[in-house]
Write a protein that binds this ligand. Structure first.
Ligand code: ASP
Length: 464
């Protein structure tokens, strides 16, 4: 594997803090936030979208540009290098098993919180009517997309996963599930071919994979500026023109947002660390330090697909997950493992029902768990995808999807947070699978020498 340029440097140990990537991203993020608030109240909307936002868009485009080739190359190489079908089904089974378990935990947690805190009881009647009127157009659009996604029969989601033309799938970043299918399918094919036949293609994909990793390092050089642009634009457009409206909206929906945030907080700061402590030797502090660049990029881009290159980079270089595990678990995780989205969907569905005065029986809530596990798998790893799938959940439990109006205004900040949760969950699963497969390269015990990780913090590497 190519020598890391941006993410690790032994000489980083003595580097001043402000030169370290994660601090630079945090600075970009905070400055973007401050700028956004000032720009919104000073009416600099046009200036921001003309001169500031493009840097965020370029950063996001660059990340998205490499998402499809990355998934394709890493999964094909990942599957083919597993050696045999037995290993593939063992690692695959383990990965899918943990994904389903954590997504179910997230859903149950969301349901417990929303039923206990009852945030729907706090929204005043006039606010409901006003919101419904404001967001009518957006709701119709989401309903239309959801209707198309719903398809005709119960097996439609399965059919949708298998493309009839690969170039169609590869030309749309929201079709990642199809790209994942093609990559796994061809990877298995390569696994079954005699070595002399598979060798040339494998070498090609390995080389493509190395190229993408190098591209990530180059793209991350502009991360602080990109994050600044994305945040500045997001804040300015959320608060566009009328900060007073935003304040009253946040006031009314504050309890709902708090319920989602508490749930996501429990997942990120309690559930995942618990899995890390139970199954790996990586300390919680070390874990968060290692993955922070991926979390910050997830927060700024609202897309686990766009964050995938960074997620893979930090998992391999900072957590020590082997390339074999990371190139299989992470592209799969970015596409189908969305705990934050599932939790958000459970809270939102019950919240909307509470506001509209619709009582949901226990069986209906159980239904939410089943549908939301599937919905989070089908949710594309792009901004706002979770809210489209929410329409499907609402329809299937008999809650009018017009209720979406209530939460559309605060979707963006929640999207940023749930994407951060999604990405954190993926890194946890990669670490656990790598540990159980004996493929975590940096155990923290035993004889060791100090090396610098991405943040320049010290972590231990076994001697010899
Ligand atoms: N933006 C989320 C992601 O990419 C999906 C969602 O909207 O919940 O992970």
């Amino acid at each position: 594997m190519a020598a890391p340029v941006v993410f690790s440097a032994q000489s980083d140990l003595l580097m001043p803090w402000y030169k370290k990537l994660h601090w630079q991203i945090i600075i970009g993020l905070v400055l973007g936030l401050i700028y956004g608030v000032i720009a919104a109240s000073a009416g600099w909307g046009q200036f921001t979208s003309d001169w500031i936002a493009p840097f965020g868009t370029i950063f996001l485009n660059l990340l998205q540009l490499i998402a499809v080739p990355l998934i394709l190359a890493s999964l094909i190489v990942g599957v083919a290098s597993l050696g045999d079908l037995e290993q593939l089904s063992r690692i695959g089974g383990k990965t899918l098993g943990i994904y389903v378990v954590t997504t179910t935990i997230a859903l149950v947690l969301g349901l417990v919180l929303v039923n206990t805190l009852q945030p729907g009881k706090t929204v005043p009647q006039e606010m409901r009517a006003q919101l419904e009127q404001t967001y009518q157009g957006d709701i119709e659009e989401s309903e239309e997309i959801a209707k198309q996604a719903e398809g005709r029969g119960p097996l439609q989601p399965l059919v949708n996963m298998v493309p009839s033309n690969f170039f169609d799938s590869a030309s749309d970043n929201s079709n990642m599930l199809q790209v994942v299918f093609v990559a796994i399918f061809f990877g298995i094919g390569l696994l079954l071919l005699p070595e002399e036949d598979s060798e040339p293609l494998l070498t090609l994909f390995e080389s493509l994979f190395e190229l993408i990793i190098k591209a990530v390092e180059m793209i991350m050089l502009m991360a602080p500026v990109g994050v600044f642009g994305l945040l500045a634009e997001a804040i300015t457009s959320i608060a566009a023109g009328s900060p007073a409206d935003l304040a009253s909206l946040l006031g009314a929906l504050g309890f709902y947002c708090a319920t989602v945030v508490i749930g996501l907080g429990i997942m990120v700061f309690a559930v995942y660390p618990m899995f890390m402590s139970l199954f790996t030797d990586i300390s919680v502090r070390e874990y968060f330090l290692a993955i922070s660049p991926a979390q910050l990029v997830a927060f700024s881009t609202s897309s686990s697909g766009a964050t995938l290159p960074v997620t893979m980079e930090v998992s391999e270089k900072n957590l020590g997950v082997s390339e074999e595990v990371s190139s299989f678990v992470l592209p799969l995780g970015a596409t189908i493992n969305m705990d934050g989205t599932a939790l958000y969907q459970a809270v939102s569905a019950v919240f909307i029902a509470q506001v509209l005065g619709i009582g949901l029986a226990f069986t209906q809530q159980l239904n939410i768990v089943l549908i939301a596990v599937l919905a989070s798998i089908g949710t594309a790893a792009v901004p706002s995808a979770g809210i489209v799938m929410l329409v499907v959940i609402l329809e299937s439990i008999g809650v009018p999807s017009a209720g979406l109006a209530l939460i559309l205004g605060v979707d963006r900040p929640l999207d940023m947070l749930r994407t951060t949760n999604n990405v954190t969950g993926d890194t946890m699963v990669a670490s656990v699978v790598a540990t159980t497969e004996n493929q975590l390269k940096f155990p923290t015990d035993g004889a060791s020498v100090a090396t610098a990780d991405v943040q320049g913090s010290v972590r231990e590497e076994p001697v010899g």
